[in-house]
Design a protein around this ligand. Structure first.
Ligand code: PLP
Length: 460
């Protein structure tokens, strides 16, 4: 084995597709803080969550103890259309960089939605269908999550209602129309169709919307229609659980060749791909079996980990969702309009927030022009046009590989390549035209946002 050259792509067979999702919370000594009911300050119970989420997904959300959760056969069958996803050895990038580092990436862009989000979309749609529901509601920013969910819903014959951030709805027609191909109804948010949308429009006429605002509308739409529930594409514990398929497959592929990564890198928006990629490796670290360096990469314009507060906050601008304890910039924080690289969410997964708080993971903030430089460098040698979000991870993978070049260390680097960037060409265009700038929020701006964090008993 050891003398065999590692192939460019390590594939698993269909049979090797994981049969369980791995729940990293089971191995955490300090569990992530529970979601709180904003009205009472008490942890949200199963019954509290039932009007909003599907029953089985609530069980997964609240389950901090079951290490392995079986993947239902129907979901595995759907996964087989686009999984197992390849683990790629970036020989061409290594050659170009002249680095002694060995670089691997797990590619999640091999489906129409173009990202890893389909892994959780199909799971959430399946449990909704299983419960006999009519449909689901959700929000989407640039449209990756909405596209993934509309694909999953059309497959299962479920209604799919998507609230799309207005500026994206208007400026990004392609994903909007893909969602319609899959039969979803797409409403620009804020809209007149919900009370919270009408209130936001009244307070901020002409607003182009935000993810937090679209979440509020989607939650209200679910709660006010019988047979509907709300689903979310990131941040929640259940989403990290479903995304553990990324890490489980990556680990199985590496194990085939006895490869052990030193550094594992992922971009972090709400934390789902990163959480999914690192979960099985973090499990080994938590159990004291092996050590790894984990790096979360976020935009300097939306720096939740590196400059946020670890506090209870609302998940949405409309303040209708439960409170989550997480690294947050404040639910009113809106990144600069010039920011084109995605990963715009103000908060972060409570699981990753707790792991980061315990010092088990690092985080870096990178400027978007540097991200697009890395994206192009990668595209030119590796044959994949990366999503801007994914390119945050590429940036730090290249930085780490260049450090190895200086020190001569032969580190093994694994990063998550979450998706493709074909629908993000306006962002690439800005980069080419020199219209892209690196706006970094000032301390004063962040302080103003932190001042509006909710007051929760027991929190200063
Ligand atoms: C949504 C998305 C992300 C960020 O979401 P996480 O929940 O942080 O993983 C990253 N890359 C792509 C391609 C996405 O679509």
């Amino acid at each position: 084995m050891t003398f065999e050259k590692i192939p460019y792509k390590i594939y698993l067979t269909e049979d090797e597709l994981p049969k369980f999702w791995y729940n990293v919370r089971a191995d955490m000594k300090t569990k992530p803080a529970p979601l709180l009911n904003p009205a009472t300050g008490e942890p949200m119970t199963f019954e509290d969550l039932r009007p909003v989420f599907c029953d089985e997904l609530i069980r997964q959300e609240l389950d901090n103890d079951t290490r392995e959760i079986p993947i239902p056969q129907d979901i595995r069958d759907f996964y087989k259309m686009y999984r197992p996803a390849p683990l790629v050895r970036a020989y061409c990038l290594e050659e170009k960089l002249q680095t002694p580092a060995k670089i691997y990436y797990k590619f999640e862009g091999n489906n129409t939605s173009g990202s890893h989000k389909l892994n959780s979309a199909i799971a959430q749609a399946f449990y909704a269908k299983h419960q006999g529901l009519k449909g689901v509601t959700t929000e989407t920013g640039a449209g990756q999550w909405g596209t993934a969910l509309s694909m999953a819903c059309s497959y299962l014959d479920l209604d799919c209602q998507v609230y799309m951030v207005k500026v994206s709805y208007e400026q990004k027609p392609f994903r909007r129309e893909v969602m319609k191909v899959y039969g979803a109804s797409v409403t620009p948010s804020p809209s007149e169709t919900t009370a919270v949308g009408r209130a936001i429009l009244k307070e901020h006429p002409g607003t182009t919307g935000s993810l937090g605002c679209a979440i509020s509308e989607a939650v209200e739409a679910a709660a006010s229609q019988p047979g509907y529930r709300y689903v979310l594409g990131s941040v929640l514990n259940q989403v990290l659980l479903h995304q553990s398929i990324i890490g489980l497959e990556a680990k199985a592929a590496l194990d085939k060749y006895s490869i052990v990564p030193d550094i594992i890198i992922g971009c972090a928006g709400g934390g789902s791909n990163l959480g999914g990629l690192i979960s099985p490796f973090m499990g080994e670290k938590l159990r004291g079996e092996r050590d790894y360096q984990f790096i979360a990469v976020e935009p300097a314009s939306c720096p939740s980990f590196t400059r946020g507060r670890f506090a209870y906050d609302f998940c949405d601008t409309g303040k209708v969702c439960p409170l989550a304890k997480m690294y947050t910039l404040g639910s009113n924080f809106i990144p600069s309009a010039n920011h084109a690289g995605g990963l715009r969410y103000h908060g972060m997964s409570p699981v990753l927030s707790e792991l980061y708080h315990q010092g088990l993971m690092e985080a870096r903030a990178v400027e978007q022009t540097k991200v697009f430089e890395a994206a192009e460098q990668f595209a030119r040698v590796e044959g994949i046009l990366p999503a801007p979000e994914s390119s945050h991870a590429i940036r730090v993978a290249i930085d780490e590989a260049m450090k190895c070049k200086e020190t001569g260390e032969e580190k093994t680097i694994l990063f998550g390549l979450t998706g493709t960037g074909y629908f993000d060409m306006v962002a690439y265009e800005k980069f080419h035209n020199g219209q892209m700038t690196d706006y970094i929020p000032t301390d004063a701006e962040l302080e103003a946002s932190f001042a509006q964090l909710p007051k929760v008993p027991g929190q200063e």
